[in-house]
Design a protein around this ligand. Structure first.
Ligand SMILES: [Ca+2]
Ligand SMILES: [Ca+2]
Ligand SMILES: [Ca+2]
Length: 249
Protein backbone atom coordinates (compact mmCIF):
# COMPACT_ATOMS: atom_id res chain seq x y z
CA UNK A 1 0.00 0.00 0.00
CA UNK A 2 1.34 3.43 -0.93
CA UNK A 3 2.19 5.69 2.05
CA UNK A 4 -0.41 8.23 0.84
CA UNK A 5 -3.11 5.55 0.77
CA UNK A 6 -1.97 4.28 4.18
CA UNK A 7 -2.16 7.83 5.56
CA UNK A 8 -5.68 8.36 4.19
CA UNK A 9 -6.89 5.03 5.60
CA UNK A 10 -5.33 5.72 8.99
CA UNK A 11 -6.81 9.22 9.04
CA UNK A 12 -10.28 7.72 8.49
CA UNK A 13 -9.66 5.23 11.33
CA UNK A 14 -8.50 8.03 13.63
CA UNK A 15 -11.51 10.17 12.70
CA UNK A 16 -13.90 7.28 13.39
CA UNK A 17 -12.30 6.70 16.80
CA UNK A 18 -12.33 10.32 17.81
CA UNK A 19 -15.80 11.42 16.63
CA UNK A 20 -18.38 11.12 19.46
CA UNK A 21 -21.33 8.81 18.95
CA UNK A 22 -24.54 10.50 17.81
CA UNK A 23 -27.26 10.66 20.42
CA UNK A 24 -31.00 11.00 20.44
CA UNK A 25 -31.68 14.00 22.62
CA UNK A 26 -34.34 13.55 25.27
CA UNK A 27 -33.21 15.33 28.41
CA UNK A 28 -34.46 17.40 30.04
CA UNK A 29 -37.58 15.33 30.67
CA UNK A 30 -40.27 16.19 33.20
CA UNK A 31 -41.58 12.94 34.70
CA UNK A 32 -44.94 12.73 36.44
CA UNK A 33 -44.69 10.15 39.23
CA UNK A 34 -48.09 8.58 38.63
CA UNK A 35 -47.41 4.88 37.99
CA UNK A 36 -47.50 5.30 34.22
CA UNK A 37 -44.46 4.94 31.96
CA UNK A 38 -46.09 6.91 29.12
CA UNK A 39 -43.91 9.95 29.90
CA UNK A 40 -40.63 8.02 29.49
CA UNK A 41 -38.68 7.92 26.21
CA UNK A 42 -37.16 4.77 24.74
CA UNK A 43 -33.59 5.94 25.31
CA UNK A 44 -34.22 6.39 29.03
CA UNK A 45 -34.35 2.59 29.41
CA UNK A 46 -31.10 1.36 30.98
CA UNK A 47 -31.24 -2.39 31.62
CA UNK A 48 -33.58 -5.26 32.43
CA UNK A 49 -32.95 -7.61 35.37
CA UNK A 50 -35.21 -10.68 35.69
CA UNK A 51 -37.86 -8.94 33.62
CA UNK A 52 -37.70 -5.76 35.72
CA UNK A 53 -36.84 -2.62 33.73
CA UNK A 54 -34.74 0.26 35.02
CA UNK A 55 -35.25 3.69 33.53
CA UNK A 56 -33.28 6.86 34.37
CA UNK A 57 -33.66 10.46 33.27
CA UNK A 58 -33.49 13.99 34.65
CA UNK A 59 -34.31 17.64 34.19
CA UNK A 60 -32.65 20.77 35.58
CA UNK A 61 -34.07 20.13 39.06
CA UNK A 62 -34.66 16.39 39.50
CA UNK A 63 -33.24 12.96 38.84
CA UNK A 64 -35.90 10.38 37.99
CA UNK A 65 -35.70 6.61 38.41
CA UNK A 66 -38.33 4.04 37.44
CA UNK A 67 -38.47 0.30 38.10
CA UNK A 68 -41.28 -1.62 36.49
CA UNK A 69 -43.08 -4.81 37.43
CA UNK A 70 -42.12 -5.19 41.09
CA UNK A 71 -44.55 -5.06 44.01
CA UNK A 72 -42.33 -3.72 46.79
CA UNK A 73 -44.89 -4.64 49.44
CA UNK A 74 -44.32 -8.36 48.94
CA UNK A 75 -41.46 -8.77 46.43
CA UNK A 76 -38.64 -7.19 48.46
CA UNK A 77 -37.09 -3.83 49.19
CA UNK A 78 -35.47 -1.35 46.81
CA UNK A 79 -32.16 0.43 47.40
CA UNK A 80 -30.78 3.27 45.29
CA UNK A 81 -27.20 4.35 46.08
CA UNK A 82 -25.79 7.59 44.73
CA UNK A 83 -22.30 9.02 44.69
CA UNK A 84 -22.14 12.77 44.19
CA UNK A 85 -18.76 13.82 45.57
CA UNK A 86 -15.47 12.44 46.83
CA UNK A 87 -16.78 11.60 50.32
CA UNK A 88 -19.17 8.87 51.33
CA UNK A 89 -19.08 5.20 52.26
CA UNK A 90 -18.39 1.98 50.36
CA UNK A 91 -20.58 0.11 52.85
CA UNK A 92 -24.36 0.27 52.54
CA UNK A 93 -26.66 1.26 55.37
CA UNK A 94 -27.61 -1.71 57.56
CA UNK A 95 -30.88 -3.26 56.37
CA UNK A 96 -30.86 -6.86 57.64
CA UNK A 97 -27.11 -6.57 56.97
CA UNK A 98 -24.76 -4.56 54.78
CA UNK A 99 -23.17 -4.86 51.33
CA UNK A 100 -19.99 -3.48 49.76
CA UNK A 101 -20.32 -0.82 47.06
CA UNK A 102 -17.88 -0.19 44.17
CA UNK A 103 -17.81 3.54 44.93
CA UNK A 104 -18.16 5.82 47.93
CA UNK A 105 -21.88 6.55 48.13
CA UNK A 106 -23.19 9.74 49.66
CA UNK A 107 -26.96 9.22 49.47
CA UNK A 108 -29.28 6.22 49.65
CA UNK A 109 -32.98 6.05 48.82
CA UNK A 110 -34.75 3.02 50.29
CA UNK A 111 -38.25 1.74 49.55
CA UNK A 112 -39.85 -0.76 51.95
CA UNK A 113 -43.35 -0.59 50.48
CA UNK A 114 -45.92 1.92 49.18
CA UNK A 115 -46.17 3.59 52.57
CA UNK A 116 -42.55 3.71 53.73
CA UNK A 117 -39.54 5.14 51.97
CA UNK A 118 -36.69 7.37 53.05
CA UNK A 119 -33.64 9.27 51.87
CA UNK A 120 -30.41 8.89 53.82
CA UNK A 121 -27.10 10.69 53.66
CA UNK A 122 -23.71 9.39 54.77
CA UNK A 123 -22.41 12.07 57.07
CA UNK A 124 -20.30 12.16 60.23
CA UNK A 125 -19.35 8.53 59.62
CA UNK A 126 -22.87 7.07 59.61
CA UNK A 127 -25.95 6.79 57.40
CA UNK A 128 -28.58 9.23 58.66
CA UNK A 129 -32.07 10.19 57.49
CA UNK A 130 -32.04 13.45 55.55
CA UNK A 131 -34.95 15.61 54.32
CA UNK A 132 -36.65 14.36 51.15
CA UNK A 133 -38.92 16.71 49.22
CA UNK A 134 -39.55 14.66 46.06
CA UNK A 135 -42.55 12.75 44.75
CA UNK A 136 -42.94 8.99 44.47
CA UNK A 137 -45.38 6.53 43.02
CA UNK A 138 -44.74 3.07 44.41
CA UNK A 139 -46.74 0.26 42.88
CA UNK A 140 -46.26 -2.34 40.17
CA UNK A 141 -44.55 0.55 38.37
CA UNK A 142 -42.41 2.64 40.71
CA UNK A 143 -41.36 6.16 39.78
CA UNK A 144 -39.11 8.17 42.09
CA UNK A 145 -38.26 11.85 41.86
CA UNK A 146 -34.99 12.78 43.55
CA UNK A 147 -34.67 16.57 43.78
CA UNK A 148 -31.06 17.43 43.03
CA UNK A 149 -31.11 19.88 45.93
CA UNK A 150 -31.91 16.91 48.25
CA UNK A 151 -28.81 15.02 47.08
CA UNK A 152 -26.21 17.74 47.40
CA UNK A 153 -26.87 19.48 44.05
CA UNK A 154 -24.25 17.32 42.28
CA UNK A 155 -22.08 19.36 39.95
CA UNK A 156 -19.60 16.67 38.89
CA UNK A 157 -22.01 13.99 37.78
CA UNK A 158 -23.28 10.98 39.68
CA UNK A 159 -22.54 7.35 40.33
CA UNK A 160 -25.60 5.12 40.63
CA UNK A 161 -26.19 1.55 41.77
CA UNK A 162 -29.57 -0.04 42.46
CA UNK A 163 -30.41 -3.39 44.02
CA UNK A 164 -33.33 -5.34 45.43
CA UNK A 165 -33.31 -7.52 48.54
CA UNK A 166 -35.65 -10.18 49.85
CA UNK A 167 -38.55 -8.87 51.92
CA UNK A 168 -37.02 -9.60 55.34
CA UNK A 169 -33.46 -10.73 54.60
CA UNK A 170 -30.43 -9.08 53.06
CA UNK A 171 -30.28 -11.59 50.18
CA UNK A 172 -30.01 -9.65 46.91
CA UNK A 173 -32.28 -10.94 44.11
CA UNK A 174 -31.62 -8.24 41.53
CA UNK A 175 -29.15 -5.47 40.73
CA UNK A 176 -28.61 -2.73 38.16
CA UNK A 177 -26.11 -2.59 36.44
CA UNK A 178 -26.90 -6.23 35.82
CA UNK A 179 -23.16 -7.10 35.73
CA UNK A 180 -23.35 -6.96 39.51
CA UNK A 181 -23.80 -10.08 41.61
CA UNK A 182 -27.28 -10.94 42.89
CA UNK A 183 -26.75 -14.34 44.47
CA UNK A 184 -29.80 -14.47 46.77
CA UNK A 185 -27.37 -15.28 49.55
CA UNK A 186 -26.06 -12.88 52.19
CA UNK A 187 -23.75 -9.92 51.76
CA UNK A 188 -22.69 -8.94 48.24
CA UNK A 189 -19.64 -7.10 46.98
CA UNK A 190 -21.03 -5.08 44.10
CA UNK A 191 -18.68 -4.42 41.21
CA UNK A 192 -20.33 -2.04 38.72
CA UNK A 193 -22.23 1.23 38.69
CA UNK A 194 -23.70 3.67 36.22
CA UNK A 195 -21.63 6.80 35.77
CA UNK A 196 -23.25 9.97 34.46
CA UNK A 197 -20.40 12.50 34.06
CA UNK A 198 -22.98 15.31 34.17
CA UNK A 199 -26.74 15.75 33.97
CA UNK A 200 -27.07 18.01 30.92
CA UNK A 201 -29.96 18.75 28.59
CA UNK A 202 -30.07 17.34 25.09
CA UNK A 203 -28.66 13.84 25.67
CA UNK A 204 -29.92 10.28 25.80
CA UNK A 205 -29.48 8.92 29.34
CA UNK A 206 -28.76 5.41 28.04
CA UNK A 207 -25.91 6.77 25.88
CA UNK A 208 -24.68 9.48 28.23
CA UNK A 209 -24.41 7.03 31.11
CA UNK A 210 -21.61 4.49 31.03
CA UNK A 211 -21.08 1.48 33.25
CA UNK A 212 -18.17 1.87 35.66
CA UNK A 213 -15.56 1.18 36.78
CA UNK A 214 -14.91 1.86 33.05
CA UNK A 215 -15.92 5.52 32.80
CA UNK A 216 -16.11 8.00 29.96
CA UNK A 217 -12.67 9.54 30.72
CA UNK A 218 -11.12 6.06 30.69
CA UNK A 219 -12.64 5.22 27.30
CA UNK A 220 -11.43 8.57 25.95
CA UNK A 221 -7.95 7.79 27.24
CA UNK A 222 -7.88 4.48 25.34
CA UNK A 223 -9.16 6.22 22.22
CA UNK A 224 -6.29 8.70 22.58
CA UNK A 225 -3.75 5.88 23.02
CA UNK A 226 -4.99 4.08 19.89
CA UNK A 227 -4.81 7.35 17.96
CA UNK A 228 -1.21 7.92 19.11
CA UNK A 229 -0.18 4.36 18.12
CA UNK A 230 -1.70 4.79 14.66
CA UNK A 231 0.08 8.13 14.20
CA UNK A 232 3.37 6.59 15.40
CA UNK A 233 3.09 3.75 12.88
CA UNK A 234 2.28 6.29 10.17
CA UNK A 235 5.32 8.34 11.08
CA UNK A 236 7.60 5.29 10.93
CA UNK A 237 6.10 4.20 7.58
CA UNK A 238 6.66 7.63 6.03
CA UNK A 239 10.35 7.58 7.07
CA UNK A 240 11.01 4.25 5.28
CA UNK A 241 13.02 5.04 2.08
CA UNK A 242 11.34 3.83 -1.08
CA UNK A 243 13.01 0.85 -2.69
CA UNK A 244 13.68 2.82 -5.88
CA UNK A 245 15.40 5.56 -3.86
CA UNK A 246 17.87 3.29 -2.12
CA UNK A 247 21.48 3.98 -3.16
CA UNK A 248 23.06 1.26 -5.24
CA UNK A 249 25.19 -1.15 -3.28
CA1 LIG B 1 -45.10 8.66 34.85
CA1 LIG C 1 -18.99 9.85 47.04
CA1 LIG D 1 -40.86 -4.52 50.76
Amino acid sequence: MKPQTLCATAALVVAALCVPRPTTATTYNDINCDGSLSDWAADEFMEQELGKDLRVTWNANNLYIAISEVNWTVDGDLFIYLGVDSGGSSTTADWSGTHTLPFNADYAFTVENNSFWRLQRYTEGVWQDTPYTGAVSIGQITEIELPLSDIGSPSAGIELLIFAQWEAQQNVWGSWPTMNPASNSGPESFTHFYHFPSLPSGVSPSVHGTIGPITVPTLSKWGTIVCLIVLLVLGMASRQPRRSQRPAA
